[in-house]
Ligand binder design. Structure first.
Ligand code: NDP
Length: 346
């Protein structure tokens, strides 16, 4: 319920004035085009919410770039503040689980799509959507992981839950230089798997090897219609790409292998056959981070805190300002950004 709102109190700073903050603000023009601009807002503009968070860092994910550019209808109402991730400190709380000053983290739940998101100085959200920032993890580290890294961890957990163990054979990661793919490589390699990275950017091979990939393949080999059953290459796979790529990944998965599907960078379609399922017992596991239950999120973030030291992510992360995030959105969609973009707010 949104009945208990932290918003009204929060409109006042200590000296009684109104705290203004910067936000990326999305509106729709008469022709249905998204207009994205940097605006100064006051807390009374924020939606109702149980917890008011002073945001320190957010990120730029694929979905945020879609929202900012308007290239896909991910935003469900306007005006909208995008940003599916944020980390910050509780400034006001109407929920006993959260106290002023607590460090909190949010990923998904429709925030930045249907509810104002993290690319702003403040966010007003439901208490159920927040989780505590894992112990020992800095806000910047949490956002270097972000929804992309948390999704990568959900993929790895799904593979492990389906029995994929180190030594099973090569694990393929598609969309390797993206946020999800890059962190999936780091997680799988650190868990002892042999990782093959599929990428369109061969020039990033040293980076992918530094993350832990032991082989690199050209993504073009997977981009077009292929045979329903191909050479049995992969013990498992994390697919960020969908479409023909996922069909070819399934067709090239070994008997009894497991594929975690989380993305659609090539396309939403899946032009595949059932042959890998019924002739090789291949499993296709769907991964959703947005509505994932709280327990699974807590588990994923605990494992991220344990398994992924901040320095592993340094070379995979660039930190930018809010205005920079606006400019970077089209570049991200064009596949020109490597790894993760952290947006520093305060
Ligand atoms: P990025 O844009 O960071 O990465 C996507 C990567 O995919 C690119 O870097 C590129 O890697 C590759 N790629 C891009 N276009 C194509 C293409 N046409 N064909 C093949 N490969 C392509 O996005 P994220 O890592 O943030 O997200 C990856 C996908 O996962 C997105 O589709 C996103 O929507 C989805 N996602 C889903 C979530 C869920 O809950 N299920 C949560 C988070 C993300 P390279 O240059 O190395 O080839």
């Amino acid at each position: 319920s949104f009945r208990h709102s932290a918003r009204t109190d929060a409109a006042r700073t200590k000296d009684g004035g109104t705290a203004e903050f910067a936000a990326i603000h999305l509106t729709k023009d008469g022709e249905g085009r998204t207009r994205a601009e940097l605006r100064t807002l006051t807390p009374d503009a924020l939606p109702e919410g149980e917890v008011l968070v002073k945001v320190s860092h957010s990120t730029l994910n694929y979905k945020d770039a879609l929202a900012i550019t308007g290239s896909s209808p991910v935003v469900r109402s306007f005006p909208m503040v995008p940003g599916i991730d944020f980390v910050g400190t509780v400034e006001r709380s109407a929920d006993p689980r959260y106290q002023v000053g607590d460090a909190v983290l949010l990923n998904g739940w429709g925030v930045g799509e249907a509810h104002w998101g993290g690319l702003a100085g403040y966010a007003s959200v439901r208490a159920d959507w927040l989780i505590p920032l894992p112990h020992g993890m800095s806000p910047a580290h949490a956002m270097a992981i972000g929804t992309a890294g948390y999704t990568a961890m959900l993929c790895v957990m799904a593979l492990q839950a389906h029995g994929v163990a180190p030594g099973a054979g090569p694990v393929l990661v598609t969309g390797a230089n993206g946020g999800v793919g890059s962190i999936a490589i780091a997680l799988l390699a650190r868990a002892g798997h042999l990782v093959t990275a599929s990428t369109g950017r061969r020039e990033e091979e040293p980076h992918l090897r530094a993350l832990g990939a032991s082989a690199i393949m050209d993504r073009n080999l997977l981009s077009n219609a292929g045979k329903p059953l191909q050479k049995e290459n992969w013990a498992a796979a994390v697919d960020c790409v969908g479409s023909h790529t996922l069909a070819n990944v399934l067709a090239g998965t070994r008997y009894g292998g497991v594929v975690a599907a989380c993305g659609l960078a090539q396309g939403m379609d899946l032009p595949a056959t059932v042959a890998p399922f019924i002739l090789r017992g291949v499993s296709l596991i769907g991964i959703d981070s947005v509505q994932a239950p709280r327990e699974r999120r807590l588990q994923a973030w605990q494992r991220l805190a344990r398994d992924l030291p901040a320095d592993v992510l340094d070379s995979n992360t660039r930190t930018v300002s809010l205005p920079d995030a606006l400019a970077l959105a089209p570049e991200l969609l064009a596949g020109k950004i490597r790894g993760r973009v952290v947006v520093q707010i305060d």
